[in-house]
Design a protein around this ligand. Structure first.
Ligand code: AQP
Length: 344
């Protein structure tokens, strides 16, 4: 049990094509947690530039992720919504963590290997040290809980390792500066939502992803009803009818994925969905799924459009959120300075 007061932190990258996986794996969880926790939700624009971003598109995408947060039901008055680059503690603490984390730890990160691909030598240094910045995002607020999709599990484990090593390396100084126990909490991943790993509509073995070159691989939060229906109609499946029990998903990742999406959107279990659709052909199931997806996402995309029409309002929300975030992070980073021994 952590002795630190519970606080939730999570982020989404403004890299365009916000999709159903981001929504079900992360954003819906953000919304749920606001009833029980103090939450800080961040548009992680510093992370976005680990791969080159067109400046105009980046600005648009920062506002679009913010609009998605608000449209999905995040309350920016009660909780904190801001973009990362406005709070310098993220970058400052990331530097400290660059000096705490070991090369060997980062060399094991599978996301870097996937994103850098065969051209590792050409990848930015930022892409390699990305997990240290992620640890800084969380620990700048001494956050204790981090709702993420399954793909972020390894990075969260690294955040815990960094927190642990900092606490151990500076144990004496932490105590001398009047802090009981570890200075940083070991943040817990919350990978528990209805769909922690939504898969591509074109390939059930790959996760749904913003960077997939095929737009038909994902349902974007900005897709209209017709586009959603078209993408689901074209989603890859197999010729068999849906199984009656989950054991029948063996070797059928696309069927499992579509049923998983239906279950998550309907707030039902996989078994309940198979109770209703087991034995049915995809020609029956897909239109039902398309209708449900359009019903759920339609109001969100309409609200996003409305919010995007008033960019100044979005920027005001981000600015106000950043001021509140800074007020939490600044004294924590002052403590870090003292613990390390910097003179200020
Ligand atoms: N397919 C997914 N299923 C469930 N959750 C997912 N997340 C991402 N993809 C899925 C979760 O969404 C949150 C924000 O993700 P991010 O903006 O940090 O981007 P990412 O994890 O790198 O994944 P993307 O969106 O697919 O982008 P690319 O194509 O750049 O890899 C995180 O909590 C993530 O787990």
């Amino acid at each position: 049990m952590s002795s630190h007061p519970p606080r939730v932190f999570s982020g989404v990258q403004p890299t365009g094509n916000l999709h159903l996986g981001n929504y079900l794996g992360a954003i819906t969880r953000f919304v749920t947690l606001q009833d029980s926790h103090d939450c800080i939700y961040c548009v992680v624009d510093l992370h976005a530039i680990t791969l080159w971003q067109d400046p105009k598109e980046l600005t648009h995408n920062i506002r679009e992720v913010t609009a998605a947060f608000l449209a999905a039901g995040i309350d920016a008055d009660k909780h904190i919504v801001f973009n990362q680059s406005q709070v310098s503690a993220h970058a400052e603490l990331a530097w400290v963590f660059n000096c705490v984390a070991r090369m060997g730890w980062l060399n094991r990160m599978t996301q870097f290997k996937e994103k850098a691909g065969k051209h590792k030598e050409n990848a930015s240094v930022g892409l390699f040290s990305y997990p240290n910045l992620m640890a800084a995002d969380i620990l700048a607020y001494r956050a204790t809980h981090v709702p993420v999709g399954e793909d972020q599990k390894q990075h969260l484990e690294l955040s815990r390792d960094i927190a642990q090593k900092f606490n151990t390396d500076f144990a004496e100084s932490i105590a001398a500066n009047g802090h009981q126990g570890g200075f940083f909490p070991l943040p817990e991943p919350l990978i528990t939502g209805p769909a922690t790993r939504v898969m591509s509509l074109r390939d059930g073995s790959k996760k749904m992803s913003k960077s997939d070159p095929s737009d038909y691989s994902r349902i974007n939060l900005t897709d209209d009803q017709d586009m959603i229906a078209k993408k689901i109609r074209k989603a890859r499946t197999d010729p068999e009818p849906l199984p009656s029990e989950t054991a029948g998903f063996e070797g059928r990742p696309e069927a499992a994925n579509l049923v998983g999406i239906y279950a998550a959107l309907a707030g039902k279990s996989h078994e309940e969905v198979l109770h209703d659709f087991g034995g049915q052909q995809f020609s029956v199931f897909k239109p039902a799924l398309a209708e449900l997806a359009a019903e759920t996402l339609g109001p969100i995309s309409t609200e996003m459009k409305k919010l995007m029409a008033a960019p100044d309002h979005i920027d005001d929300i981000l600015r106000a959120g950043a001021a509140r975030a800074r007020a939490i992070a600044a004294p924590i980073f002052d403590d870090v300075r003292r613990i390390i021994g910097f003179v200020s």
